[in-house]
Every structure is written in structure tokens, then in C-alpha cells.
Design a binder for this molecule. Sequence first.
Ligand code: FES
Length: 149
Amino acid sequence: MKSDYTEIIAAYKEKPGGIIEAYHALQRAYNYIPEEAVASAAQAFGMSKAEAWGVATFYSYFKVGERGRYIIRICESAPCHIAGADKVVAALEKHLGIKMGETTPDGKFTLEFTECVGQCQATPVITINCKPYEDVTPEGVGEILAKCQ
Ligand code: FES
């Protein structure tokens, strides 16, 4: 695994602002930025670890640390909220046995909030690895999760 992320980082080493592109590439490859990769990026881009860590955590898009294979995001913007997103959150947490922001111990699912994903005609909306599911009900959550195999 180690060589994988060092190779990804090395590919952006000579580019101006390459650390951001390297982080994007890492997140594409892993779904998150491995913690060890931040130290490796610091070395490659001649920064302190604190600086490299600061870049990774400044942008909310980047996620440092392990995440699940399926990233489930629940829209918490007003239209979804009014349509009962909190009940969908409760159902997801109950089914998976984790709280928002957590990953299941088997590394399969991560629960996160998101802003509006542009599907407000069919609230509440969740996305699983960026694929939107519309008009989600607490009762329908089990069926949606069962499709993630
Ligand atoms: S408010 Fe949830 S998708 Fe737009």
C-alpha cells in the first residue's frame, strides 16, 4: 500500500500547487487521504507535517483517515430537512449501528452530512458514492442498504 500513495504523490511533485492535486488524486484512489500519506506529502513538497496537515484539513472536501467503501451522505439543507431528513438519519444510524460521521467496524459504510445536492424536487435525498436516492423514507433505508454489496 505504501508505494501506491508515494507514487501518486510523486506524480504531482514538480507541479506548482501540486499538493492539492496530489490530495485530490489520493482521495479518488482511496475515497479518503490516508494519514501516513500526509507525512509523505510533507516530505515530497518540502513542508512541515503541520503545514501539509493544514492543507488537507482546510478544504472540507478532503477527508483524512479511513472511510468506508460506501460513503452515504444525507442532505441536511432546508428542503430535505423539512421533508424529514432527520428520520432518515435515525433509520440509517439504527440499521448500521453507527452515528453520523462514523464508519462501520467492517469498513463498509460511512455516514456523513452534505449540503443540497440539487435534487430538491424529491426530498429527502441521500447519496451513496455520489449516486442520488430520492424520496427516501425511514422504512426504505434497509432496502437501499441491501443493494450495497
Ligand atoms: S435540499 Fe436536499 S437535495 Fe436540495
